[in-house]
Ligand binder design. Structure first.
Ligand code: AMP
Ligand code: GLY
Length: 421
């Protein structure tokens, strides 16, 4: 069996790793992959956004199953293209992917289906947006509607700041077409969490709960990033809160998708804000979260290929997703300067790593490349150190490993996992 994974980050490395553990003993390909993935899968030099190129490759090489990591190919309709050509693919189609690729679509969808979300208004020109913003009590939340690599959300404190942001989006076009439409919404307070399920469009199965660390600095300070670490389980999610999220957000969303005739097969990731009894949706992602997935998949006991097959064949209701009863942590090692400007091309040294006979830790590569048998930094987030075990000592272990890995300007937060009990 041949499996193709699309993407090039730590999430894709973790997916490749799980696929290699499958009883189907698959031949694994990854497009475009990275330095670490190329040790475990055949690297295919096609960009994740090149849907036509990926389709041709999959047809020519008779790929049996394709798994999509990032949102861009999904938003471009890769799942529809593959399905139309008789190829099996894990990930939602273009219409369903609008939940992530268009904040306008997603807010309207929530609104018309009675699923709680912040009050909002949609704008397509600077003057009307600025007029509206200038009359609102601040802070407010300004969001570019289209995909903006996690950088399209602003929380200005004053009307003056709102004007500057709207000018950048509408007039200076900092997000290009992704900023042609802008959502302005009320600021919500509370505590934020994300929740992921796998669905075949009929039933759904939750993944273990997780928590990610979005900000660049310790204590949740500084700029937003793609994620500087993650833990499972999320210590702040009780069973009753999880039930409420399932009932009020996940089931209502999947039910509304069905009612609107939109097939949803893949991962649904809900970012929510909890304030007392109120749960509001902040955003949806239509894919596995990164780096949460790395911390989750190292605990997966079920065969991931069987899981993907059960989704594609709409038999998820009969499939049990099993996880082991460990805790896990994923520590992200980044290039100094990230999420702003940073340099790449530095050699990475892995000398002196502790023994790993029992496979309790995993080093997933994100922004790396391999040349002449050596690894070099090639992105903002470079490596993911993932450890599982029964106690919170896994955090100490992750930091011990990070201490043994070296590259110029390496940076990581020092407080990942401190919430583990
Ligand atoms: P989003 O991509 O929509 O999840 O927004 C990115 C981040 O902005 C979220 O993780 C929240 O921290 C914050 N955010 C988004 N919408 C709101 C809101 N309505 N109120 C408060 N914070 C928000
Ligand atoms: N960790 C957040 C995301 O994947 O969007």
């Amino acid at each position: 069996m041949k499996v193709l994974v699309i993407g090039s980050g730590g999430r894709e490395h973790a997916i490749v790793n799980s696929i290699r553990n499958s009883r189907h003993n698959p031949e694994v390909y990854c497009a475009p992959g990275n330095g670490g993935i190329s040790d475990e899968a055949r690297a295919v030099d096609i960009k994740a956004s090149d849907v036509k190129g990926l389709l041709e490759f999959a047809l020519e090489n008779k790929i049996d199953l394709t798994v999509v990591g990032p949102e861009i190919p999904l938003s471009l309709g890769i799942a529809d293209e593959f399905n139309e050509n008789g190829l099996r693919i894990f990930g939602p189609g273009k219409k369903a992917s609008l939940l992530e690729s268009s904040k306008e679509f997603s807010k309207d969808f929530l609104n018309r289906n009675g699923i709680r979300t912040a009050d909002y208004k949609v704008f397509t020109c600077f003057d009307a947006a600025n007029d509206f913003a200038s009359k609102k009590p601040h802070p407010i939340v300004i969001k570019a509607s289209g995909l903006a690599a996690g950088k399209g959300v602003f929380i200005p404190e004053t009307p003056g700041d709102s004007k500057i942001i709207l000018d950048k989006i509408f007039n200076k076009k900092i997000f290009g077409e992704s900023g042609d439409t802008v959502v302005i919404e009320d600021f919500l307070k509370g505590f934020e969490l994300s929740y992921m399920v796998v669905t075949d469009g009929i039933s759904y199965k939750p993944l273990v709960t997780s928590m990610d660390y979005k900000k660049i600095f310790d204590g949740g300070r500084g700029e937003n990033t793609g994620g500087m670490g993650a833990i499972t389980p999320n210590p702040f999610v009780s069973g009753s809160l999880e039930d409420k999220i399932k009932k009020e957000i996940i089931e209502k969303t999947l039910g509304a998708m069905r009612k609107e005739g939109i097939k949803y097969k893949g991962v649904l990731y809900a970012g929510v804000m909890i304030d007392g009894d109120n749960i509001n949706v902040l955003e949806f992602n239509v894919r596995f979260g990164d780096p949460e997935t790395q911390a989750i998949l190292i605990r997966l006991k079920s065969d991931i290929v069987d899981l993907f097959d059960s989704v594609i064949d709409e038999r998820l209701g009969d499939f049990d997703i099993e996880f082991d009863d460990n805790k896990s942590v994923c520590l992200v090692m980044a290039s100094g300067g990230y999420p702003g400007k940073y340099d790449t091309g530095y050699e990475i040294s892995f000398e002196g790593l502790p023994k790993n006979n029992d496979k309790k830790y995993f080093i997933f590569h994100a922004g790396t490349k391999k040349k002449g048998g050596k690894y070099f930094t090639d992105g903002g987030r470079v490596l993911n150190i993932c450890v599982k075990g029964k106690t919170r000592d896994i955090t100490t272990k992750a930091y011990e490993i990070a201490g043994k890995i070296d590259f110029k300007n390496k940076y990581f937060r020092k407080d990942i996992g401190k919430e583990l009990t």
